[in-house]
Design a binder for this molecule. Structure first.
Ligand SMILES: C[S@@+](CC[C@H](N)C(=O)[O-])C[C@H]1O[C@@H](n2cnc3c(N)ncnc32)[C@H](O)[C@@H]1O
Length: 380
């Protein structure tokens, strides 16, 4: 089997190994389209050969790693750990990085799926054709995979009539839902109704939505999270620990993940150009109806907290912003209270940790006392 990163290169440059300049130009052109030219991006950008090539070289490996990380935390949970079959509906699937991440997890024996039924909905034929090539080359031999691509406009609600009968285990929107909202292709009420109909008599449904880690995209996603919880009764599996209104939004702030990434080696030279090759920055929500939550996979902790910021090193103390019981809390530990090998200093952005005592300084400010037992429960 051809190695995945080589395959990305081979698909884009079938005849001859590329120069760094060729790789750089394609990636910068595509990256520009998602950042500076966001407002002018044509809806059929995947049809443009250069954009598609840039997407395969950079955004597909980035998104495979994001999905890998989200699936990994899902498959820690008892409701998923023993699953051998999975039905997935991937909406706005592009070249299908969702499926590639599952292949990776299987190859690394993190998950043990035997059967996958996968349906990708995508408007661009070229993206589908790349997905099919990637699947043919990378599917693990032991996996029984049945896949179909539906070339359609995902905002045409008629296409879901038959798909509901399949009762998917997972509905995935990865970097696609925001696009559909932005272009006004789908309205919030219609989206809520659609998810309501999919979750009806399907109590095992998991909805996963991944969006960029920008302020605008994250805030839009978390507003949607609050609506889905309120109107359908979904419960967050991750990254949130409860179904209270988003604490970041309440504080007019935004919450995003920053996870380490080992990029393909052909991208290494890009860091000098300002492109991110060490971290994955994104926002996401995983929702279910049965109240299962990532905290069920941790050893018991008295107070479980999600760190949403980097550690902020200040004179005399070190602080972080914690999402805790539906509020964004300013938590600090004084340097004079640090112990040897201080656990507080090991907490990274995105980590879940527990404490057994605290001092409330105000409604939104908490101090960690010297004798507090801090435990890092999970580092995504
Ligand atoms: C940013 S890409 C994301 C692709 C893939 N899900 C990923 O995570 O890499 C968005 C994809 O959604 C597709 N898309 C956008 N609007 C769509 C629509 N209304 N119907 C079907 N596909 C759509 C685009 O063609 C594109 O392939």
């Amino acid at each position: 089997m051809i190695e995945k990163d080589n395959l990305f290169l081979k698909l884009v440059f079938p005849d001859k190994a590329p120069t760094k300049g060729q790789i750089k130009n394609l990636i910068l052109k595509t990256s520009d389209l998602f950042t500076f030219k966001n407002a002018f991006r044509p809806s059929d950008y995947m049809h443009n050969e250069d954009f598609l090539k840039g997407y395969i070289l950079y955004f597909v490996p980035v998104n495979v790693s994001k999905h890998y990380s989200v699936f990994k935390e899902l498959f820690r949970h008892p409701v998923f750990i023993h699953k051998r079959e999975l039905k997935i509906l991937d909406i706005g699937c592009g070249p299908s990085p969702v499926l590639l991440s599952l292949f990776d997890l299987m190859e690394k024996n993190v998950i043990h799926l035997e059967h996958i039924r996968y349906i990708g909905i995508e408007s661009e034929e070229r993206a589908i054709s790349i997905a099919e090539k990637l699947i043919r080359e990378l599917k693990p031999e032991k996996l029984n995979l049945k896949y179909d691509f539906i070339r359609a406009d995902a905002s045409d609600l008629k296409i879901y009539q038959n798909l509901r009968k399949i009762k998917p285990d997972i509905i995935f929107f990865s970097n696609s839902l925001g696009e559909m909202f932005e272009k006004g292709e789908i309205k919030l009420e219609d989206f809520i109704d659609l998810m309501k109909s999919f979750s009806y008599k399907n109590s095992e449904l998991t909805l996963i939505i991944i969006e960029p880690g920008t302020k605008q995209a994250s805030m839009r996603l978390h507003r949607l999270r609050d609506s889905l919880i309120e109107e359908i009764g979904f419960y967050p599996f991750s990254p949130c620990l409860n179904d209270l209104p988003c604490s970041a939004l309440k504080a007019k702030n935004w919450c995003y993940e920053e996870r380490t990434w080992k990029s393909p080696t052909y991208l290494n030279f890009l860091s000098s150009l300002g492109l991110q090759i060490k971290y994955l920055k994104f926002s996401y929500i995983v929702l279910r109806k049965d109240r299962s939550n990532i905290k069920d996979t941790f050893e018991n902790g008295e107070e479980i907290i999600k760190n949403t910021s980097h550690l902020l090193n200040e004179k005399g103390k070190s602080r972080l912003w914690a999402c805790w019981k539906g509020e964004l809390i300013d938590m600090e530990k004084l340097k004079r209270d640090f112990r040897e090998a201080e656990e507080w200093l090991k907490i990274k952005k995105g980590d879940y940790f527990s404490i057994d005592k605290y001092i409330a300084l105000s409604n939104r400010k908490v101090r960690i006392p010297k004798d507090c037992k801090i435990k890092i429960l999970y580092s995504p």
